[in-house]
Design a protein around this ligand. Structure first.
Ligand code: NAD
Length: 497
């Protein structure tokens, strides 16, 4: 890995700099400080937006093929530096290297997908009025503010930035205060790939810097990924100036297992789908809705598999999951489990079995919660840790009502061999992504967005173009006999024009 010293501050207009207070990054594996950076202040945010506005004009002067070529070069550089990028996230957020490295390679597919889209940001020709040619064009919004969480820093950055710049925008990115490093490196690689300096600036800092971005008068599109509470604040800030928002927020996704399911596949998908990345995944299947006839056998097998999930040093590739991101997150998870236990729930924790754990690291063992009421906190609130709440059900209708009975609507999984039931569930589940007999299927070509409090809009799939462009309707009268608007009775008949 290149030295961290270079990442001393924000990356604005192709240079590292910034004048805000210092931010110390802590390694979640042992709680020790690993690096210090300067955060951005209001002048830095203004400078980044100005540079972005200038670069956007330069970017739009390039042909779609030239923009596509730059996106492809960026993808090549991401592949070339996949190990380094993955290690930056392991260091700052404790992601397991065994996942972070393949993911760093996989995300190169995202700029490639959007490179293919640069000459397909299509408008429409609409036969609206006789004698007129009416067409609709798609224009970039201009400068897009992107505010990101810490749980999948590389993937979130590449996904949100790729769609915005492929559609002709420039971006000012505010990564999480826990994970600025990979964002800074990705922005540097973008300049190396031939994108204009300033097309992608990265602002280091916390919620105060995010607030400056969300409220900036020159930013007419905000792409936010994070918690419901912050999403709500950002939506209010954006509404004041009618800026476009794409909000990808939290979840409490149901994982519904019917008695006729392929139980081996279901238990495998359930275990991975909730404990992967120490449960710090927005679309984790955190509520297991299991048919009461198979509850005992299913939970027994689940606990057996859970005990084989190795939690330890994220750099040791024999471990499946590392620590959670911060002492704060650790305290939130343990506090919530204590309250659940106090309310009568049964808590089953996996025995610690990973390697290289230090006592000062923020390690949470995979946990299953049984006997919790469906209306209780542990069954309703997003935990963002390796915690699965088990809820039995009797009928398909019960399963549906429990699944939909939360404020969120991000994703749902259904396991059954009955195709009719699968389709009924897919139709009635209130969630933006449904996975049937599988878990967390993701692709740059597929939309991924939430219903209800899980947000609105998406940054992936072709439909994501709507979030970062605006439509312009152009109508041109070409037929001389097509009527022109005006009052006939005020024409001066004695005067030839
Ligand atoms: P968070 O809302 O605390 O922070 C997200 C980002 O917003 C950070 O960069 C933070 O600095 C910034 N921020 C905080 N306060 C702000 C303010 N007032 N104005 C502007 N910006 C502000 O979320 P988090 O803890 O970083 O991330 C975890 C959450 O993100 C979970 O709820 C998770 O479900 C959600 N998430 C959703 C998706 C999705 O695609 N739906 C993906 C990943 C994470």
């Amino acid at each position: 890995m290149d030295s961290l010293e270079r990442f001393a501050a924000s990356y604005i207009d192709g240079e590292f700099g910034g004048g805000g207070p210092a931010l110390t990054l802590v390694n979640p594996s042992d709680g020790a400080p690993v690096h210090e950076l300067r955060t951005a202040d209001a002048d830095d945010v203004d400078a980044a937006v100005r540079a972005a506005a200038t670069s956007q004009l330069a970017w739009m002067r390039r042909t779609p093929a030239e923009r596509a070529a730059a996106l492809h070069r960026w993808a090549d550089l991401i592949l070339e530096h996949a190990d380094e990028l993955a290690r930056l996230d392991v260091l700052s957020v404790g992601r397991a290297l065994r996942d972070a490295r393949p993911e760093a390679r996989m995300i190169a597919a995202v700029p490639r997908y959007w490179a293919g889209m640069t000459d397909k940001i299509l408008g429409q020709q609409i036969p609206a009025v006789n004698g007129h040619l009416s067409f609709v064009t798609r224009e970039p919004l201009g400068v897009i503010g992107i505010i990101l969480p810490w749980n999948g820093p590389l993937g979130a950055f590449v996904e949100k930035v790729s769609v915005a710049i492929a559609c002709g925008n420039s971006v000012v990115v505010k990564p999480s205060e826990y994970s600025p490093l990979s964002a800074l490196r990705l922005a540097e690689l973008a300049v190396q790939s031939g994108m204009p300096r300033g097309l992608i600036s990265v602002l280091v800092g916390g919620g105060d810097v995010g607030g400056l971005v969300a409220n900036h008068a020159e930013i007419m599109g905000i792409t936010f990924t994070g918690s419901v509470a912050t999403g709500r604040r950002i939506a209010h800030a954006a509404a004041d100036r009618f800026a476009r928002t794409t909000l990808e927020l939290g979840g409490k996704s149901a994982n519904v297992v019917f008695a006729d399911a392929d139980l081996d596949a279901a238990v495998r998908g359930t275990t991975w789908g909730v404990f992967y990345n120490a449960g710090q995944v927005c679309c984790s299947g955190t509520r297991l809705l299991v048919h009461e006839d198979i509850q005992d056998v299913f939970v027994a097998e689940l606990l057996a598999r859970m005990s084989r999930v190795r939690v330890g040093d994220p750099l040791d590739e024999s471990n499946h999951i590392g620590p959670v991101v911060s002492a704060r997150q650790f305290a939130q998870i343990t506090g919530l489990l204590e309250r659940a236990e106090g309310d009568g729930a049964t808590i089953v924790r996996s025995a610690s079995n990973g390697s290289g754990r230090t006592p000062s690291g923020y390690y949470c063992d995979p946990t299953v919660v049984l006997d919790a009421d469906t209306s209780s906190e542990v069954a309703q609130r997003e935990i963002f840790g390796p915690v699965l709440t088990v809820i039995p059900f009797r009928t398909e209708q019960d399963a549906l009502e429990i699944a939909n009975g939360v404020e969120y609507g991000l994703a749902a999984k259904v396991w059954t061999r009955d195709l009719g039931r699968m389709l009924r569930m897919a139709h009635q589940l209130e969630a933006g992504s449904i996975w049937g007999n599988t878990a967390q299927v993701a692709s740059p070509a597929l939309p991924f967005g939430g219903f209800k409090a899980s947000g609105s809009g998406t940054s992936s799939g072709q439909i994501a173009v709507d979030g970062v462009t605006r439509a312009k309707a152009v109508s041109l009268r070409y037929a001389e006999d097509a009527p022109t608007p005006g009052w006939d009775d005020i024409i001066d008949t004695n005067h030839d024009l």
